[in-house]
Design a protein around this ligand. Structure first.
Ligand SMILES: CCCCCCCC/C=C\CC(=O)SCCNC(=O)CCNC(=O)[C@H](O)C(C)(C)COP(=O)(O)OP(=O)(O)OC[C@H]1O[C@@H](n2cnc3c(N)ncnc32)[C@H](O)[C@@H]1OP(=O)(O)O
Length: 281
């Protein structure tokens, strides 16, 4: 799984960023030619709702970054106020059976790829980051967030239950007591609260500053043997990764059963309606 070598850590001569993915996709990957760090940007207006297509592009982009020996991965958003609104609720409301399966399987793929990535990962959280957005951010090794936004796993507020692997990412960052209470409450943390509780590592005043801080974190490994680093990370994360790997089919089954419960459908419908009402006001 090792993608980089010590020699690839030496900064290269030019500073031109290379676009690795084409613009028609819902993600772009840009590699900085000096640092070798890849910035993976989500670009699905209006709110980076994680639908099947965005998840597919995310998965392919993570793979591309792993394959092209990037020195690290920074996840961010092209939207100036929203990192990601989490799962696109429309994928779960009155769903098509086959698409629902593909949707959840691809979300599992994205989590396994990002949480288990061999390269150092960081999230530049330049906007709100509820639920699935928080899952992506907490799957990374480091988080830098802009002020006055919110982040958290708010599933209980929607009448749904965050799966175990959502909780694993959350628990890898927060103390158990804080995580348990926040999950039960469906708590959204403000940027300040997230910093105080350790849900994020730093605050930045602009997206550029956030990206620079993420790059600095990734650069902190420049003198560490990359193979030793990635094997250490993967060993530390192995238990949670294999738990999902071994239970993928059951997890999918549970999800499909849960989502199709009339009470869950009713709750999602009401939540969507309220979102739409709010956006009209
Ligand atoms: C073991 C098995 C059990 C498994 C059970 C399932 C587990 C599922 C796990 C995770 C769940 C999720 O990730 S669910 C998604 C949770 N997300 C949210 O609750 C966020 C909701 N959105 C907001 O709070 C806000 O939209 C925002 C803060 C993200 C942005 O606010 P802003 O004011 O800028 O934008 P609007 O609110 O006006 O929204 C614009 C537009 O987008 C639509 N929208 C927003 N979020 C979603 C979403 N998550 N899915 C679908 N659509 C969304 C919103 O309705 C507006 O639409 P219209 O313009 O058409 O009105």
């Amino acid at each position: 799984m090792l993608r980089s070598t010590i020699s690839s850590l030496v900064p290269r001569a030019t500073s031109v960023a290379r676009h690795m993915s084409n613009a028609a996709k819902l993600t772009t990957v840009e590699i900085n030619d000096v640092t070798g760090i890849a910035t993976l940007t989500m670009n699905r207006p209006p709110v980076n709702g994680l639908n099947l297509e965005l998840l597919t592009d995310l998965n392919n982009s993570i793979q591309e970054i792993e394959d092209n020996k990037s020195r690290g991965l920074i996840l961010t958003s092209s939207n100036p106020t929203i990192f990601s609104a989490g799962l696109d609720i429309l994928e779960m409301y009155k769903p098509d059976k086959e698409r629902l399966k593909a949707f959840w399987t691809t979300l599992q793929d994205v989590w396994l790829a990002l949480y288990g990535s061999a390269v150092p990962t960081a999230a530049a959280i330049n906007g709100h980051s509820p639920a699935g957005g928080c899952l992506l951010a907490t799957s990374c090794e480091y988080r830098v967030m802009l002020p006055k936004f919110t982040i958290g796993l708010n599933e209980t507020k929607l009448g749904i239950v965050a799966p175990k692997w959502f909780m694993s990412s959350f628990l890898s960052v927060l103390p158990r007591r804080v995580a348990e209470r926040a999950l039960n409450q469906g708590r959204m943390f403000t940027t300040d609260e997230a910093l105080r509780n350790g849900l994020i590592d730093e605050v930045a005043n602009s997206k550029e500053e956030a990206l620079a801080k993420c790059a600095e974190f990734i650069g902190s490994f420049s003198k560490v043997n990359p193979l030793a680093r990635s094997l250490t990370k993967q060993q530390l994360r192995a238990a949670e990764l294999s738990e999902l790997e071994n239970e993928r089919a059951q997890d999918l089954e549970k999800f499909i059963f849960f989502v199709n419960q009339p009470a869950v459908q009713k709750g999602l419908g009401i939540y969507l309606e309220n979102l739409k009402k709010k956006s009209k006001n």
